[in-house]
Each structure stands twice: as structure tokens, then as C-alpha cells.
Design a protein around this ligand. Structure first.
Ligand SMILES: *[C@@H]1O[C@H](CO)[C@@H](O)[C@H](O)[C@H]1NC(C)=O
Ligand SMILES: *[C@@H]1O[C@H](CO)[C@@H](O)[C@H](O)[C@H]1NC(C)=O
Ligand SMILES: *[C@@H]1O[C@H](CO)[C@@H](O)[C@H](O)[C@H]1NC(C)=O
Ligand SMILES: *[C@@H]1O[C@H](CO)[C@@H](O)[C@H](O)[C@H]1NC(C)=O
Length: 528
């Protein structure tokens, strides 16, 4: 019996080594740096574990993307300026303007800063990507590598132009595109119940709010048509025969791995090639390091509050940090606070300041009662996964909208920087700690999020391998990308029907007029 097993084991071992590497695809990755890369890297780890060969295109000035990694080989593009060079200043300005309070002029300043920063980033990336096309040996190397697909994050869309040039199938790891949110260029998006990101609206809007929603779509269209579109048009016309249009390149992508789902976002129409992988980065909690566990346990029945404002914010204004520290020092809970920069002078002895914390392991710890966060997608998804209510302090980008989705479902609360004070912060914390409905609501979201036939990560990998197996997913792409806008909305047909109707109405009118006049003329002749 033992021998049979032995032989069998040997046989399977042989099979393992002899099996052709059929699952091993050759994948070219064009990522976006910063928190987007943290997301992308998690997918790459999984792809690597399943035996795929990965090549990452990175910039020499990259922030997080290392040149050498056991996960991937890399192609490095020369890029003088890193995004962090202007990002820090951008964030400081955003925080400053928001604290001055909400007004029309601050709104325009915030949007102007945002648009010019984003536009600058697109220019830098297109400029760096030119080096691929200009370098014959690199072009040959990419052609010779026979990649099965390109996996890219279209927040910076130069990867799509590469895909077009090398004629590769495209899988997007996406939520944000060159302008706004991905759904708006792919799926029907009635503005009556789908809030435009940035508008701070929900799926229930009154008349004025629907007006506001259209105004925000105007900002996004302005960004696309006036600011970002021309950069790519120029880039395309130089390297792609016949030119290309970045929106239709997006619409032709084979699979959209969308970093959201309908536990998090409001229900809306979607498309057959959209796969929702929201929460794919979430994993069950692991035990905490011993000293942290001891600190957490010392909180007793009161529990622990954890706070982080993300990877990008290095310096909270000093007075805000002091205010937060004062409030924390008054709470009976223990606090773990990820904070860079000088320690606040008002720090209480219940507060532990750390440079880094094992966020998911803490969120999964039963002692953790409240998560104070800035509302980045990662943090919000992890809070949902682990079922911890969120006190949100949104700083920029999509953070307010992310947190709004929790607040709407009674699973969190938002404090805007313009309203921030020790008093509002303390009220918010106490509300979340003492009103059990917040916890019940977010735990319900957590159960809904986990109740799926397939985990979001398995979905992502399945669809990437699907594209490798079938050399694309052409049959899932709608024909909409070929249509001009007036055909897409059938305006040409409507115009024709309207014209026919007009002619018909006019003919009827003419016939009646003719009959009437004749009768009049007859009576006139009789009278005569
Ligand atoms: C584009 O890149 C070249 C070098 O590759 C550099 O000299 C030039 O300044 C860059 N242009 C912009 C607008 O960044
Ligand atoms: C062209 O690409 C190759 C291969 O990646 C690289 O070694 C070389 O330095 C590049 N040449 C230029 C001029 O950038
Ligand atoms: C993986 O990709 C690199 C770069 O294209 C290539 O040199 C290498 O041979 C590939 N390995 C396999 C096993 O396909
Ligand atoms: C922490 O500070 C409070 C008052 O601020 C004090 O009552 C308490 O004893 C201190 N605890 C420790 C362990 O030092």
C-alpha cells in the first residue's frame, strides 16, 4: 500500500515537472505609482504565485515601484520628475483651502489645482512613454516577448496607447480613468440617479441636486476635452497610424477589473466585460506582534480606537494634530495612531503613536471599536471587510465620496475639514462608540460583501487567465466605441423621424387649407 502511494506520489511529482507551463502567461504591466501600485502589486503577487511571467514598466523616478523584485522583471523609463515632487505641495494646499471653509472661490481653487496637477502628471507620463517608441531595440524586445496581454491602470492611460501599438489585449485594473470614474465612458449612466464623483451626491437626488450633478459632469467633460484629451491626441497621432482617441481605447479594453462592488457603491447599469473586484486586497486578520497585542488587551472593556490618514499625508497641520491628541487623551479607550511628523504636545498616555501599523490585523481584532480614516478606497474596503465603523476625515480626491457611501448606510460618519474642531471630533467619536447601530450596519455590509460565489481576487485572476486563454474577450465588447455621439444616442434617427413628422403635419395642413379655400372660393362665386 505504502509502495503504491509512493509510486503515485512520484508519478504526480513527475507530472508536475513535465506539465507544459500552459497556465504561465506572459504579462506586461503598466501601473500607476502610489496607492494604486499597492493595489496592483497584490494582484501581481497572486499572478506570480500561479506561475505567470510578469514584466512591469516603471519610471526611473518611481516612488514605490522597485526596479528589482522577485515578482517581476522591469523596463525602466527615464522620467525626470516624480509625482511626489508636486504632490506634497498639492496636499498641503488642499488642506489649507478646505480649512478656510466651503465657498465658491475655494471650490474653484481646489478644482483648478487638482486639474493642473493631474494634467501635469499625464504630460509627464506621455513624455516618458515616448522613449519606448523611440527606442528601436526596446520596441523589438517587446514584440519578441510575445506578451499575452497588458494589465494597466488607466488613471494614467499611456499603457493603452502601448497596447494599441503592440496590438495586445487589455485588462484594466480600474476605478479612475483619465477623467472621472470608469463607468461613465462604458456603461449607460443616467444622471438622474447616478452621482458624478466629486459632487458629494447620493443616488437619491432632488431637482436642484440633479442640476448640480450635471454641472459636475460638465467639469469632468471639460477635463477630458480641454485638459487631458489633447495631450493623448498629440501622443497618439505621433505614434499610432491614423491616430487614436483615448476614450475609445478605454471602451475597447477587453476586461475591466473594477475596484468597487455594489455593497460599497450605489446600484447602476453595467456592462458584460466589467468584473467587480472591490475588496480583492482584503485578507483575514493575523495575530498582532506581541507588544501591540499587549497594548490592545490593556484597553479592557473600553476597546481601542485606531487612526490613520493614509500613506500620502505626512504632515497634518499642527493645530489639528494637537486638537486630535487632546480629544484622544480624554477618552477611556486606548488609541493607536499612525502619525508622521512631530509628536503633538498634548499627547495622552493612552495614545500610542506609530510609524506604521498592521491595519488589517488591527481592524480584524475584536477589541478595535472605531477606525478614524481619510477614506481612501483601500481603508474603506478593509473597514467593510472587517466590519469596523469609520469616522472619516476626507482630505482630497474621492475620499469624501467613498465615506459618503458608508455614511448613507449608517456605517460611518464624516467630519469635513471645514467643520473640524475638537468639539466635533469628540462628538463624532462618542457617537460611533456609543450608538451600536453603526457597528451593526457595517457588520451587515461585511456579511453581504463576503457572501459571494467566488472571492474578488479569484475573479480577477480568472478573468486575466480567461483573456490569456482566448487571446482577448472581443465578444464582450459592445460596438458603442465605434459610434459618434449622435448615433450612440440615436439623435440622427430621431432627427429623421422628426423631419418626417413635420412633413406629414405640414402636408395635412396644406391639404386642409386647399380644401377650405376651394369651398370659400365656391361660396364666393355663388354669391357673385
Ligand atoms: C520630456 O522628456 C525630455 C527628455 O526625455 C525632456 O528633456 C523634456 O523636458 C520633457 N518635457 C516635459 C514637458 O516634461
Ligand atoms: C533602449 O532600450 C534598451 C533595452 O531596454 C536599453 O538598454 C537602452 O538603454 C535604451 N536606449 C535608450 C537610448 O534609451
Ligand atoms: C519572462 O519574461 C522575460 C522578459 O520578457 C523573458 O526574458 C523570460 O524568458 C520570460 N520567462 C518565461 C519563463 O517565459
Ligand atoms: C494616565 O494619565 C491619567 C491622567 O491624565 C492618570 O490618571 C493615569 O494614572 C495615567 N496612567 C498611567 C499608566 O500613567
Amino acid at each position: 500500500m505504502l509502495r503504491v502511494c509512493g509510486i503515485f506520489a512520484l508519478f504526480s511529482l513527475c507530472l508536475l515537472f513535465l506539465a507544459p507551463p500552459c497556465s504561465g502567461g506572459n504579462i506586461l504591466v503598466f501601473p500607476v505609482d502610489g496607492s494604486h501600485w499597492i493595489n496592483m502589486r497584490i494582484i501581481l503577487e497572486e499572478l506570480h504565485a500561479r506561475g505567470h511571467n510578469i514584466t512591469v514598466i516603471r519610471a526611473s523616478s518611481s516612488w514605490y515601484i522597485k526596479e528589482k523584485s522577485p515578482l517581476y522583471s522591469s523596463i525602466t523609463l527615464e522620467k525626470e520628475e516624480a509625482i511626489e515632487d508636486f504632490f506634497d505641495a498639492f496636499i498641503k494646499e488642499q488642506i489649507k483651502v478646505q480649512r478656510e471653509g466651503a465657498s465658491l472661490s475655494s471650490f474653484f481653487r481646489l478644482n483648478k489645482d487638482f486639474l493642473s496637477m493631474i494634467t501635469h502628471a499625464h504630460v509627464l507620463w506621455c513624455n516618458a512613454t515616448k522613449d519606448v517608441f523611440e527606442n528601436e531595440s526596446l520596441v523589438k524586445q517587446i514584440f519578441d516577448s510575445k506578451y499575452d496581454l497588458i494589465l494597466t491602470d488607466p488613471a494614467m492611460s499611456a499603457g493603452l496607447v502601448l497596447a494599441k501599438y503592440f496590438n495586445l489585449p487589455v485588462v484594466l485594473n480600474v476605478r479612475w480613468i483619465t477623467s472621472g470614474e470608469g463607468h461613465f465612458v462604458l456603461a449607460p449612466s443616467p444622471l438622474s440617479y447616478i452621482p458624478v464623483p466629486g459632487s458629494g451626491l447620493t443616488d437619491r437626488m432632488n431637482f436642484i441636486q440633479r442640476l448640480k450633478n450635471i454641472f459636475f459632469l460638465g467639469i469632468i467633460k471639460f477635463q477630458q476635452w480641454v485638459m487631458v484629451g489633447p495631450i493623448y491626441d498629440e501622443f497618439c497621432s505621433k505614434y499610432i497610424k491614423g491616430g487614436c482617441d483615448i476614450v475609445s481605447l478605454l471602451q475597447q479594453a477587453d476586461i475591466w477589473l473594477f475596484r468597487s462592488d455594489f455593497v460599497f457603491d450605489f446600484p447602476r447599469p453595467t456592462m458584460p466585460n466589467m468584473v467587480y473586484i472591490g475588496g480583492f486586497q482584503c485578507k483575514p486578520a493575523e495575530p498582532l506582534p506581541a507588544d501591540l497585542e499587549k497594548f490592545v488587551q490593556s484597553s479592557g472593556k473600553h476597546g481601542v480606537i485606531i487612526m490613520t490618514l493614509g500613506t500620502l499625508v505626512n504632515a497634518l497641520p499642527k493645530d489639528v494634530a494637537d486638537e486630535i491628541a487632546t480629544v484622544f487623551s480624554k477618552m477611556p479607550q486606548k488609541v493607536i495612531w499612525r502619525h508622521k511628523g512631530d509628536h503633538p504636545s498634548t499627547l495622552g498616555n493612552n495614545t500610542l503613536i506609530v510609524d506604521w501599523m498592521p491595519q488589517k490585523d488591527l481592524l480584524g481584532h475584536p477589541q478595535v471599536k472605531v477606525f478614524v480614516a481619510h477614506g481612501g478606497t483601500n481603508g474603506v474596503q478593509e473597514a467593510i471587510y472587517h466590519g469596523v465603523p469609520v469616522l472619516g476625515i476626507p482630505l482630497f480626491f474621492d475620499q469624501y465620496d467613498n465615506l459618503l457611501r458608508l455614511q448613507e448606510r449608517g456605517a460611518g460618519k464624516i467630519i469635513q475639514l471645514s467643520d473640524f474642531s475638537g468639539h466635533t471630533f469628540e462628538e463624532g467619536l462618542k457617537d460611533l462608540l456609543h450608538d451600536s447601530s453603526y457597528r451593526q450596519n457595517i457588520q451587515r455590509l461585511s456579511r453581504l460583501h463576503k457572501d459571494k460565489p467566488m472571492s474578488p481576487m479569484d475573479q480577477a485572476i480568472f478573468w486575466i487567465e480567461y483573456v490569456i486563454r482566448h487571446k482577448g474577450a472581443r465578444h464582450l465588447i459592445s460596438e458603442a466605441y465605434k459610434m459618434p455621439w449622435y448615433s450612440y444616442h440615436s439623435l440622427d434617427v430621431l432627427l429623421l423621424l422628426l423631419a418626417v413628422l413635420m412633413v406629414l403635419l405640414y402636408s395635412i395642413y396644406a391639404v386642409f387649407r386647399f380644401l377650405c379655400c376651394r369651398r370659400k372660393r365656391k361660396t364666393k362665386t355663388k354669391q357673385n
